[in-house]
Write a protein that binds this ligand. Structure first.
Ligand code: F6R
Length: 241
């Protein structure tokens, strides 16, 4: 694990965007694993700017997002599908037919998950996986538990995640209780992983990820076993390290 300390959120976003831009320059047909949430927003803004300036292109990229709330349709403003369209896909030259987000509207969890894993495998796996980290150490929606779940699966969100994500909903009651998430297997099979973290709320989780025992009680700790994992975190997120 390589840890890059940045001053603040903007500095973290610049570094993260630079890593993704370099990936696209070196391998224009990369398969990207993408994340939603507040943390990647600044990096996405910078990637949009670089694309508009002709410095990078997503034309040959295909993408697989980490997760989606179960029960939300693609056009639901709270869906991660909508988030990606608004913040990245509609603003860069990506072929939208080559972007993928788990289908939250499909109630059949078994086929939704199996199809997603099969599609990623058929694509040859993920070249660069972008990850945020939850306050409780989750990656994707792999919540703390007794075991690492390898495949894409349907997860019951923890109270801590429901509370953290309620900031984006009118009320906590509107936060979906379940989500489809990529499992630890596809994440760990990515050839390169970039984790980004900002703010003191992430400090304990970042410490556990980097220096704690490798345990499903902190899913992000498994990243210690990955041969090419870069953590870009600001001083506040690294304040417990
Ligand atoms: C999002 C995802 C989550 C977030 C994490 C941090 O697709 O998979 O693991 O990365 O919950 O969220 P933010 O960035 O909103 O603090």
């Amino acid at each position: 694990m390589r840890i890059i300390r940045t001053r603040d959120y903007n500095h973290m976003s610049e570094h993260a965007a630079a890593v993704i831009a370099a990936q696209l320059t070196l391998q224009p047909n990369s398969t990207l694993g993408l994340a939603t949430g507040s943390t990647p927003l600044g990096a996405y803004v910078r990637l949009v700017e670089m694309c508009a300036a002709g410095k990078i292109s997503f034309a040959q990229v295909q993408s697989y997002n980490l997760d989606e709330y179960r029960g939300l349709t693609h056009d639901d403003p709270q869906s991660y599908h909508h988030f990606m369209w608004e913040n990245l896909f509609s603003r860069v030259d990506i072929d939208v037919t080559r972007t993928h987000v788990p289908d939250g509207s499909n109630e059949d969890a078994a086929s939704t998950c199996a199809n997603y894993d099969a599609a990623i495998e058929a694509a040859g796996g993920i070249d660069l996986q972008l990850l945020g980290i939850g306050n409780n150490g989750h990656i994707g929606f792999n919540e703390p538990g007794d075991e690492f779940v390898v495949g894409t699966h349907c997860v019951d969100l923890t109270e801590s995640t429901i509370k953290a994500n309620s900031r984006l909903f009118e009320s906590i009651d509107e936060v979906p209780r379940q989500a489809y998430t990529l499992g630890i297997g596809a994440i760990m099979h990515a050839r390169r992983i970039l984790v980004i973290a900002s703010g003191t709320a992430k400090a304990d989780a970042v410490h556990a990820m980097c220096y704690g025992p490798v345990t499903p009680a902190c899913p992000a700790s498994v990243l210690q076993l990955h041969p090419d994992c870069i953590v870009i975190a600001d001083a506040a997120a690294l304040s417990a390290c």
